[in-house]
Design a protein around this ligand. Structure first.
Ligand code: GLN
Length: 488
């Protein structure tokens, strides 16, 4: 019997289909693994053991009745920003510490219908604001490859859970890199779909024009399988695109022959970590060896402006979205003040952490009259320029390839007091959200025992080509099959 915690989704589904293993056994193995390692990794805010076993038994019944499905009976972990009916959804914030949603997010409902078994909710930077999971109000998640280092963020718990074999796959959200960056730093596959591909209904909003939900998996095929399950138009989300969902798994084995791979000069700056550069250059050689052409002369001139654009638009939207946490409708509520205003002030002062407050202040400032034109409006104009530069680049290539992060995982505490250094971690990922494009991180090697991710970016709604390129690359090495020793 193989190690049940080490399976891919398709391997697990294969064993379940042949009834060589039950969903209860798979689920119990995941729960045992969580019990064995999560006091060190700290990926989970809530473990829903009993619920998971009940869901597993229900899946086993469906399997016994002859039903088959790629996710039926397979354990998943959910970022704690996804609403789960009856299960706390905290966003790793004091503000929502005791909040239990009355309904499921659309993606959660879709997974439940597919027979997925949720083992729990994963830790994150508070309200998804951060790149290290250090901004969680509860605790910092650790990188399974080196427990002294960050797993990335904001979906650090989901990435760490998959890397540490605590769940077969996971869901996260990505506003500026929060799926791809932790996937890269934890050595797993992570994908941000095209804006509008996956419903945001029930995803606690950070920046509504940038947020997308996506999968963390052990390989590209699993990524396509999970994307199949969560994609599709949803009347509950006005921004979800009314487009058909192709079978993302269908064409992934077509190889890289003839593929035009573009590498923007701005994404390979001289400041790039030497080890990361080596991994990316190796990846480009692997693409060429497979018959792809590599164009190293692509240019996205406004890349440098993207960071500034993001840190106006995302906080502006956040300041509006987070206005709802006033202690009146739900969440933490301070009631001991002399007036309603004092109660609101205390609720927000005590309920939000420092980074969330920083974003609300930046956003409120950028949107205030007198500054709106200078900041928010200007950022929107540059956003259009960035999008057009990607459009122009995609006339010359089918996919854009780059590093995910400038360095491998950094030490816990290393950047915690320097927000700008932390923000710089996302230079290669957030332009993709600004332009609304699909992007994936695939394991591309190691530097001093720490994983490195390769980013592959595609045209809007062309996840199929991104996945095909990612799969072609993945097959040239076995990086994605390595598991952390989790010693120490
Ligand atoms: N690190 C970025 C930020 O702090 C992106 C976060 C995200 O994608 N949710 O805003």
């Amino acid at each position: 019997m193989p190690d049940l915690t080490d399976l891919t989704v398709h391997a697990a589904a294969g064993l379940l289909a042949k009834r060589e293993v039950s969903s209860r056994e798979l689920t119990q193995a995941a729960l045992d693994r969580i019990a064995a390692v999560d006091d060190r990794v700290k990926a989970f805010v809530t473990v829903t053991g009993e619920r998971a076993l009940a869901q597993a038994d229900a899946a086993d019944k469906r399997l016994a009745a002859g039903e088959r499905g790629p996710l039926l009976g397979v354990p998943v972990a959910l970022k704690d920003v996804l609403s789960t009916a009856g299960v706390p959804t905290t966003c790793s914030s004091r503000m929502l510490e005791h909040f239990v949603p009355p309904y499921d997010a659309t993606v959660v409902r879709r997974l439940a219908e597919a027979g997925a078994v949720s083992v729990g909710k994963t830790n994150m930077d508070e309200f998804a604001m951060g790149s290290s999971t250090e901004n969680s109000a509860f605790f910092t998640t650790r990188n399974p490859w080196d427990l002294e280092r960050v797993p990335g963020g904001s979906s650090g718990g989901s990435a760490a859970a998959v890397a540490a074999r605590e769940a077969t796959y996971a869901l996260g959200s990505d506003t500026g890199g929060s799926i791809r960056q932790p996937a890269a730093l934890c050595g797993v596959v992570g994908m941000k779909p095209t804006y509008g591909r996956v419903s945001r209904y029930g995803l606690v909003a950070f920046a509504s024009s940038l947020d997308q939900i996506g999968p963390f998996t052990r390989d590209v095929r699993d990524c396509a399988t999970v994307l199949n399950a969560i994609s599709g138009h949803d009347p509950g989300d006005a921004t979800s695109a009314p487009v058909d969902t192709p079978d993302f798994a269908a064409g992934i084995d077509a190889g890289a022959r003839g593929l035009r791979v573009g590498v923007p000069r701005e994404y390979m700056p001289p400041t790039l970590d030497a080890g990361v550069r080596r991994c990316i250059e190796d990846a480009l050689r692997a693409f060429e060896a497979q018959g792809a052409t590599v164009d190293l002369d692509l240019t996205l001139p406004s890349t440098e402006a993207a960071l500034a654009v993001y840190y106006i638009i995302a906080p502006s939207e956040a300041s509006a979205n987070l206005a709802r946490y006033d202690g009146v409708k739900y969440g933490f509520s301070w009631q001991r003040g002399e007036s309603m205003w004092e109660n609101m002030e205390e609720t927000r002062g005590r309920g939000f952490g420092a980074e969330v407050k920083r974003r609300i202040m930046i956003g409120t400032y950028a949107l205030s009259s007198g500054y709106y034109d200078a900041y928010y409006l200007k950022a929107q104009k540059v956003r259009t320029v960035i999008r057009r530069e990607f459009d122009a680049a995609f006339e010359r290539c089918d996919v854009i390839v780059s590093p995910v992060t400038p360095t491998p995982a950094f030490k816990i505490g290393e950047k915690a007091d320097d927000p700008y250094a932390m923000y710089l971690n996302d230079v290669f990922t957030l332009p993709v959200n600004i332009a609304g494009l699909p992007g994936i991180s695939v394991p591309a090697g190691f530097v001093d025992g720490l994983p490195v991710g390769l980013q592959i970016i595609g045209k809007p709604f062309d996840e199929a080509t991104v996945l095909r390129a990612a799969r072609a690359f993945e097959q040239t090495a076995d990086w994605h099959m390595r598991a952390p020793a989790l010693t120490a």
